[in-house]
Design a protein around this ligand. Structure first.
Ligand SMILES: Nc1ncnc2c1ncn2[C@@H]1O[C@H](COP(=O)(O)OP(=O)(O)OP(=O)(O)O)[C@@H](O)[C@H]1O
Length: 451
């Protein structure tokens, strides 16, 4: 009997079991899982079943899909006997308070200037052809603020790293000399603060903040200044004061100054006084390099073929690329499933560009036709070898190409979720070791998705 499986007292309750399960997950360094399962609450123990309350059906299915094996094995460990988990939907269930991350988990922020993100640094930025000039200019500005390129104006499409570079400049200047007053905000925030200061008659304070107490001004998304005449007037004076004092000004936008609708001519010409540089969409190689760098930061062992798969699927936006990786990493660390192309395809079904939509029934029909077996037989309990193979392939493809959970797929084949899980694992393994199997699966997949 392991230490966690102390005999339960007669009053053994769902809470006690649940507490022990949480301890167990913490000991196994699965804190990550706690956030995801934290919306469950223990309700009661019914014979060999621990009944948990969940907020809705979607959440229940998702849990079942991703955590049942982990949760049931943990439950068996703490109860020291096999037990099952059951879920009951309890609408409006609040997260358990004991699952907030401990305060020590937060990195102390020190006195970093407000709104500055310590994660966005030059070290975490991947320099490539698509952003080389912008990155070099940003580095030059951070080395001699106010002297090199003033202002520096970085423009480009959404999610390509403009804000990251802006923060990298501010972080580097501040880290080298924390007495430097770095002010970062978006042009919308500037507008809002301005309006509020006018309304509350606090303009002297506003001007002090942006003109007297600012050494480096970082303004994100300046395009939102367009057509805001009063704010533009105020910003014009702010800009002039800082520029004359040799303070660094760095601006980002999604377009060049000449294209910002409703931007006054005098601001346009000032924004063009220093250096205007753009960030382009990343090439395939850059996307792979970004994924690999982020994987290292996430502590994820990312096989090249998975990096290539994601980089091929998400082409225009680094934010989405990063989001995809974080999702793969999170679900991998929770489910402990190996990071393969199939795993990534399944995890990212909702975010990758949609392919032809297929459902389990269509898959059953197509697979049956392919293996020349009756589709109905896939749903029966017949163990004939060819049938069993076709059934397993159909389960695997259902898992990969549809949003159905393991129990939902099981229901379509009159099998329970654990049969589906082992069929999927088996086909995944075969796919990797057997070239003929890989070809069969690719052919079927191409037929089903129209690709
Ligand atoms: N070259 C890169 N190296 C590493 N990470 C990058 C790179 N480019 C972008 N990113 C990451 O992509 C995400 C989006 O970047 P960022 O917020 O800087 O985009 P943006 O260009 O400011 O977009 P928007 O115009 O929508 O505000 C960030 O998490 C950022 O760290």
């Amino acid at each position: 009997m392991n230490a966690l499986a102390r005999p339960l007292p007669a009053s053994s309750s769902a809470e006690i079991l649940w507490e022990r399960m949480l301890d167990c997950l913490r000991q196994d360094k699965l804190e990550y899982a706690l956030g995801w399962i934290g919306r469950m609450r223990p309700l009661e123990v019914r014979e060999d079943t621990l009944v948990m309350g969940v907020p809705d059906r979607f959440y229940r299915d998702w849990l079942d899909d991703h955590y049942r094996p982990l949760l049931e094995s943990t439950l068996a460990r703490v109860a020291d006997r096999p037990m099952e988990l059951a879920y009951e939907v309890v609408p409006g269930l609040a997260p358990a308070p004991n699952l907030q991350p401990p305060p020590s988990a937060h990195k102390p922020e020190g006195a970093r200037p407000p709104r500055m993100n310590a994660r966005f640094t030059f070290q975490t930025f991947v320099v490539a052809d698509s952003n080389q000039l912008a990155a070099a200019a940003a580095a030059a500005v951070s080395d001699s603020p106010g002297r090199a390129y003033n202002p520096l104006y970085i423009y480009g499409g959404t999610g390509l790293g403009k804000t990251h570079l802006l923060h990298a400049i501010g972080n580097k200047i501040w880290e080298r000399d924390p007495s430097q007053r770095v002010v970062y905000l978006s042009s919308e925030q500037f507008t809002n603060e301005f309006i509020e200061s006018v309304r509350e008659q606090r303009m002297p304070e506003f001007r002090r903040k942006f003109r007297d107490e600012c050494d480096v001004l970082l303004i994100d998304d300046v395009q939102f200044l367009g057509r805001k005449e009063e704010t533009q007037r105020e910003f014009f004076h702010t800009f002039n004061t800082l520029h004359e004092l040799g303070k660094a000004i760095i601006l980002t936008s999604d377009m060049v100054p000449a294209e910002v609708p409703g931007l006054e001519e005098r601001l346009r010409s000032r924004f063009s006084m220093g250096l205007i540089t753009d960030i382009q969409e990343p090439t395939f190689e850059t996307r792979v390099a970004i994924l690999q760098k982020k994987a290292v930061l996430e502590g994820l062992d990312l096989p090249d073929e998975v990096a290539h798969y994601i980089a091929r699927a998400i082409q225009k936006n680094v934010r989405e690329l990063e989001g995809a990786l974080v999702k793969v990493s999170a679900i991998h660390s929770l489910s402990r499933q190996p990071v393969t192309v199939d795993f990534a395809a399944h995890v990212l079904k909702d975010v990758l560009p949609t392919r032809q939509v297929v459902d389990v029934e269509t898959i059953q029909k197509e697979v049956a036709r392919y293996y020349k077996v009756p589709a109905e037989a896939l749903k029966e309990d017949r163990r004939h070898k060819a049938l069993a193979h076709a059934r397993q392939v159909a389960m695997y493809l259902s898992r990969k190409l549809t949003k159905a959970s393991f129990p939902e797929i099981g229901a379509r084949f009159s099998k329970d979720h654990s049969t589906v899980i082992s069929a999927v694992r088996k086909v995944e393994k075969l796919r990797e070791s057997d070239a003929g199997m890989k070809r069969e699966l690719d052919e079927l997949e191409a037929k089903l998705t129209g690709e």
